[in-house]
Design a protein around this ligand. Structure first.
Ligand code: CDP
Length: 226
């Protein structure tokens, strides 16, 4: 059967990753969370006190960074590893969220991540979520989705996710971080977050998870069968 690539872009915390993950599972495709890659790079920069304004330091950090996703047979989930170490939980914490946008704005960081992402999708059968997937990583993706949601819906969902992992954050703090990241991600020079004209917009503010998954699956099946 024909395999396609699916690009899901959009603002912070509107359900891109969870939807992409489930869609990939139902299609038996590979799910790639590109945000996890920028988060892992950010964690490395923080752990190693890399001065991100110093190009030489950034370049040598990038040479030392290796990111991979491993399937955990117990949870059935894909987990992020940085230089062989499990970082899936650490990269979701607020202190990483607060530093990720400036790191993701660095050209050398983007060049390195985009090359890996394109490699992962070269045989198609990939669902990837992020900010520049439809515009830069897979401009030839057969299906392009742009997701958005209200501040309230996004913050409530993110708060619940953090709580589940034992981190407490107020709705105000979460909304502030989303808005700051959205602003920086949309206004940076290198591959900013944009909605490409051919993208199909899905507002998840009032959608149940199952409905947003089904919407994407219906669109995907039209492309696969068509
Ligand atoms: O899950 P959440 O919406 O909070 O964010 P994420 O998808 O994990 O992405 C974290 C950050 O990585 C974003 O705020 C962007 O700064 C950056 N990012 C990016 O620049 N390009 C991508 N393709 C994906 C993420």
């Amino acid at each position: 059967m024909k395999k396609i690539n699916i690009a899901i872009d959009g603002f912070s915390g509107c359900g891109k990753s969870s939807t992409a993950k489930e869609v990939a599972k139902r299609l038996a495709y590979k799910f790639i969370d590109s945000g996890a890659m920028y988060r892992a790079v950010t964690l490395y920069m923080l752990q190693n006190k890399v001065d991100i304004k110093d190009e030489a330091q950034v370049m040598s950090a990038l040479e030392a960074i290796s990111i991979d996703f491993r399937h955990n047979p117990q949870t059935g989930k894909s987990e992020t590893f940085l230089n062989g170490a499990y970082v899936e939980e650490e990269i979701r914490k607020m202190y990483v969220s607060e530093f990720v946008s400036p790191v993701a704005a660095i050209k050398a960081v983007r060049v390195a991540m985009v090359a890996q992402q394109q490699e992962m999708g070269k045989y198609r059968g990939v669902v990837m979520d992020g900010r520049d997937i439809a515009s830069v990583v897979f401009p030839d993706a057969e299906l392009k989705i742009f997701m958005k949601a209200s501040d309230e819906a996004r913050a409530k969902r993110r708060q619940a996710e953090l709580e589940e992992k034992g981190e407490e954050a107020s709705l105000e703090e979460i909304v502030k971080n989303f808005r700051e990241r959205d602003l920086q991600d949309s206004n940076r020079k290198e591959s900013p977050l944009i909605q490409v004209p051919e993208a199909i917009v899905i507002d998840t503010s009032h959608l149940e998870f199952e409905d947003q998954v089904n919407k994407v699956l219906t669109l995907a099946n039209e492309q696969i069968e068509g």
